[in-house]
Design a binder for this molecule. Structure first.
Ligand SMILES: Cc1ncc(COP(=O)(O)O)c(C=O)c1O
Length: 258
């Protein structure tokens, strides 16, 4: 796939030379590399740890399938319905609600929080808009390390952070061993209807028996998904090009990148 706008790419699919079928299920090499280099520079995330998807919401559901409903989970309260589905469906038996209100700086009291297998955490949070500070995320990572919990970190709104707070959980030392990050082109490049996102699963993230979670996630992606639309991927790649950056992306001060 070359770095050309979606329409040209869509047209090329109708030609004998340009047509491509299934795969790769994990996303095109170019887009995985562009995501790793754009969003995870100096954080040690490799392109092979990035799985391109049809959106963060779909990936969170796939992660729920991966972990199963017997897991104990923690969710922020309030939180965007992606991490809230379990409340309605009654599928999880063991849910801890982590209250995030102005009185506690929109960050849960971890000192008396119950241990859970998985912690769904969204920053910036929808609906509060709070972006967890570096110090708060260090506490979250430490809490997960101490409890053997896996953090599923939703960073869909990360590029709106302009106060120096981390835009990725992998800015926090040790996060590679405890966290999966789910993110999206929806909020940052207007891809809500086009459907494009990604999930990062570091190779060092293991189950308690030492088996790498990335192997299982790869299996889920290959058997339950089959990969994001090639046209959406071409658009995502274009949005990460120099030209795309001028249109969509803002730096940490909130100014457009040129
Ligand atoms: C915090 C958060 N995560 C994920 C999503 C959904 O993202 P996507 O469009 O990639 O499925 C939303 C949509 O509103 C959201 O607010």
């Amino acid at each position: 796939m070359t770095n050309i706008p979606r329409l040209q790419y869509a047209h090329s699919l109708s030609t004998r030379e340009g047509y491509r079928g299934y795969g790769a299920e994990q996303g095109s090499k170019e887009l995985r590399k562009a995501i790793a280099e754009t969003f995870y520079k100096d954080m040690g995330i490799k392109d092979t740890e990035v799985f391109v998807s049809d959106g963060a919401q779909c990936d969170i559901s796939r992660l729920q399938l991966l972990f199963g409903f017997n897991m104990s989970i923690a969710v922020q309260d309030p939180i965007f319905p992606t991490g809230d589905v379990e409340k309605e469906s009654g599928t999880y038996q063991n849910i801890e609600y982590m209250t995030c209100v102005p009185e506690n700086g929109f960050f849960p009291e971890l000192s008396n929080a119950a241990r859970t297998d998985v912690i769904f955490f969204c920053s910036p949070n929808n609906p509060t808009g709070h972006a967890a500070s570096r110090e708060q995320l260090e506490r979250l990572v430490q809490f997960a390390q101490e409890n053997g919990s896996i953090i599923v970190y939703d960073s869909a709104y990360a590029v709106y952070i302009t106060d120096g707070s981390p835009r990725s959980i992998y800015e926090i030392p040790g996060a590679r061993k405890v966290a999966i990050e789910v993110s999206s082109f929806s909020k940052i490049a207007g891809f809500t209807g086009i459907r494009l996102g990604w999930t990062v699963v570091p190779k060092e993230l293991l189950y308690s028996n030492g088996f790498p979670i990335i192997n299982d996630f790869n299996r889920i992606v290959c058997t339950c998904f089959n990969g994001a639309s090639r046209i959406a991927q071409a658009g995502g790649l274009a949005s990460l090009s120099k030209e795309g950056f001028k249109l969509f992306w803002r730096n940490e001060k909130g100014d457009f990148c040129v």
